[in-house]
Design a protein around this ligand. Structure first.
Ligand code: SIN
Length: 333
């Protein structure tokens, strides 16, 4: 029996997802995400008891397609408190995989990079043959308990690979190898319950670890406009009237047809913050290459994908709406 007084204490904050999903039968294709609570998930991995003292908390129990800003607010508030709690050594968040990268990046930006913070999920529901949730949860707790995970901000653990929140993306709709860090590379790998990092922690130049977070209902509205062939401008017009910030998930180098670009430029001239990102999933959207960002009042997203550019723009708009300041924020991210 391990000596519990010597084991690290890990808080496990559960939010739902496929890792907590249930099928009608182990071979069934369909399932309901967020069916099991955190107690059931932890009970399925008895080996965790020998590794850490666990402090489970159910923050939400949703499929992550339904992840909302009020849950992000609750997570950030709780993680900031746990970071200041001397009895806690590390934090794990269980999450659906669909928007996991967005939550990870949000938490990375609003919490201090001190204690290990690890997000994990599963591609197969808890009741499936060969469910990946137990192994991911075991590795996530091992990572959160490890000294080398300190000071790295939010990490994502999926399928034995460790990713930085900044670079990770869900890159496949199905299959166990659904996560990658396309341009930046993975941060490391878990081997026999210990992390092997490929590089030192990256310095963060943009973050709001101590800024008070207003109620989620007061957060700036930032939406994503998806470009495509024969794109009509009416949807852009509709959003430009209602949102304080728009991210273009542009074709190629963050571009769109002339009509859509004209509406976006009009919106920018009226004070809507417009960020150009690429729908391609990798590469770097640099300012003033294909598009005259300076002249049209746009901001280039660099290598942030549209969904992460949305998170950054929303947080940046909470403290500053000045175009030059927003540009600097994206250049430093
Ligand atoms: C979800 O994101 O909640 C559903 C999909 C998954 O967790 O893999």
């Amino acid at each position: 029996m391990p000596d519990a007084s010597r084991l690290p204490t890990i808080a496990v904050l559960a939010t739902g997802g496929t890792i907590a999903g249930a099928q009608s039968a182990a071979q069934a294709v369909g399932y309901v995400a967020g069916a099991f609570d955190i107690g059931r998930l932890l009970a399925a991995v008895p080996a965790l008891g020998g590794m850490a003292v666990l402090r489970p908390e159910q923050i939400a129990n949703v499929g992550s397609q339904d992840m909302r800003h009020d849950v992000w607010h609750a997570l950030a508030t709780r993680i900031r408190a746990l970071a200041a709690d001397a009895s806690i050594d590390g934090i794990v968040v269980t999450h659906g995989t669909d928007t996991l990268e967005e939550t990870a990046y949000f938490l990375d930006l609003v919490t201090a990079p001190g204690k290990p913070l690890v997000l994990t999920g599963a591609m197969r529901p808890a009741t499936a043959l060969g469910a990946d949730g137990p192994a991911n949860l075991y590795a996530a707790v091992a990572l959160a308990a490890h000294e080398q995970a300190r000071g790295r901000g939010a990490l994502v653990l999926m399928n034995e690979h460790i990713h930085d929140a900044r670079g990770v993306q869900k890159i496949a709709a199905t299959g166990l190898a659904a996560f990658d860090s396309p341009d930046r590379g993975t941060a490391g790998v878990m081997q026999a319950g210990r992390p092997r990092f490929h590089r030192p922690a990256a310095a963060r130049r943009v973050a709001w670890p101590d800024a008070p977070l207003p109620d989620a209902a007061q957060w700036p509205r930032v939406g994503i406009v998806y470009a495509h062939a024969d794109m009509q401008a009416d949807v852009v017009e509709y959003m430009a009237q209602r949102y304080q910030g728009l991210v273009l998930a542009g074709v190629g180098d963050g571009n769109a047809g002339a009509d859509a670009m004209r509406v976006l430029a009009d919106a920018a001239s009226r004070g809507v913050a417009v960020v150009r990102a690429s729908r391609t999933g990798r590469g770097h959207v640099a300012p003033n290459v294909e598009v005259d960002d300076e002249g049209l009042g746009f901001i280039a997203a660099g290598d942030l994908n549209p969904q992460k550019a949305r998170v950054l723009l929303m947080l940046a708009l909470m403290s500053n709406t000045d175009r030059a300041a927003l540009r600097r924020c994206f250049e430093a991210a």
